[in-house]
Design a binder for this molecule. Structure first.
Ligand code: NCD
Length: 355
């Protein structure tokens, strides 16, 4: 298997993550030095789900490195609409492109795609599961703006159940020394259990809060997120959850002067517009840092022979994953792959416990 796929930042050591951040900073400092580093290379962006920042920043990143891009942002304009399998699409695109960036509404799709890709493949979001390059964006921002990735008190607020950016962010920051987390959500939208397991395994302090006003006062960073409307079973359920947590001027007045506010965007109502001019509001700047992070990632995957990514060991499992949102439910040819964690058998694609 090609050891160049970014499915989950968990597969990278902190030394590799730090290397990526250093590279992103260097590129930001002198972008002209990198103008021809990917001459002749092609990035394919396969976006089966809507996107503004992730897709465009990947495309811009490749163009700024001298490469070119192909792809689709509406699968209905591709052979997917004729019933083509993921396996076949990936096999074909692997022959056209040097690197593939994929976003898909179903959990575990990136891992599944990587089984059939002969070129590096990057997870740009797989359902409500993970979004490692958003995390790359977030940690480049943190490193540049706070100067560190450790010793931070981090508040994450909003849809912690379905927000893939939150899952990737917590998993990554849990690897760094002495970070603690305040998980701010309604009981219905609290983080999945496997994320709590990771916090406990890494001996991270965490608390659960149902009040943004109570939690905000001693945070180093507040990570706001959108309620993920498209992941709800019904519109009523979404309506009951939307606008529960809104960061406004009044709540922000209780925060420290050096607390930074990040948001993966798009914003709906969860941050009032009058906060945008506050120096602590970094979410627009964050989107720009993301482009440098993605330039660094493309370079590492295409040019750095030492930058190898070793996924955890998985084995063939006799039973199929029972998560209805897992890619194994729709792509029938996929092998049943699992791994062991804390004595439990977990699905290799979606990280849910195999029954
Ligand atoms: C996020 C995503 O797609 O998960 N957006 C992004 O990539 N910046 C967050 C979201 O859609 O709420």
């Amino acid at each position: 298997m090609l050891n160049k796929n970014l499915i989950d930042l968990e597969d990278l050591s902190t030394a590799q993550i730090d290397k990526l951040i250093r590279k992103a900073k260097k590129i930001k400092q002198s972008p002209a030095d990198y103008r021809h580093t990917c001459d002749g290379k092609i990035l394919a962006t396969l976006f089966y789900e809507p996107s503004t920042r992730t897709q465009m920043s990947f495309q811009t990143a490749m163009l700024k490195l001298g490469g070119r891009t192909i792809g689709f942002d509406n699968p209905m304009n591709s052979s997917v609409s004729k019933g083509e399998s993921l396996k076949d699409t990936i096999t074909i695109v692997s022959g056209y492109a040097d690197v593939i960036a994929i976003r898909h509404p179903i959990e575990g799709t990136a891992k599944a795609s990587s089984l059939y890709a002969d070129v590096p493949l990057i997870n740009c979001g797989d359902g409500g599961h993970l979004h490692p390059t958003q995390t790359l964006t977030d940690i480049v921002t943190l490193s540049c703006e706070k100067g560190r990735l450790d010793n931070l008190k981090i508040g994450v607020c909003g849809d912690l159940l379905n927000g893939r950016t939150v899952h990737s962010l917590i998993k990554t920051l849990a690897k760094y020394e002495n970070n603690s987390f305040v998980l701010i959500s309604t009981p219905e939208l609290s983080v999945p259990l496997y994320i709590i397991d990771i916090l406990e395994k890494n001996h991270c302090k965490y608390e659960v809060s149902h009040s943004l006003a109570d939690a905000i006062s001693d945070l180093d960073m507040l990570y706001m997120t959108r309620i993920q409307r498209e992941r709800f079973k019904s519109e009523e359920e979404y309506q009951s959850q939307k606008d529960v947590f809104v960061l406004d001027k009044q709540k922000l007045s209780a925060a420290r002067d050096d607390m930074i506010i990040l948001h993966p965007l798009p914003r709906v109502n969860e941050i009032t517009v009058d906060i945008d001019d506050d120096p602590r509001a970094l979410y627009f700047k964050q989107a720009l840092y993301g482009m440098y992070g993605r330039m660094a990632l493309i370079l590492m995957l295409l040019q750095d022979e030492d930058f190898l990514i070793y996924p955890r060991e998985s084995t063939l499992c006799p039973t199929r994953c029972s998560n209805p949102k897992c890619i194994t439910q729709t792509e029938s040819y996929l092998p049943n792959l699992s791994y062991e964690k804390l004595g439990m058998t977990m699905c290799e694609y979606c990280d849910k416990r195999c029954q």
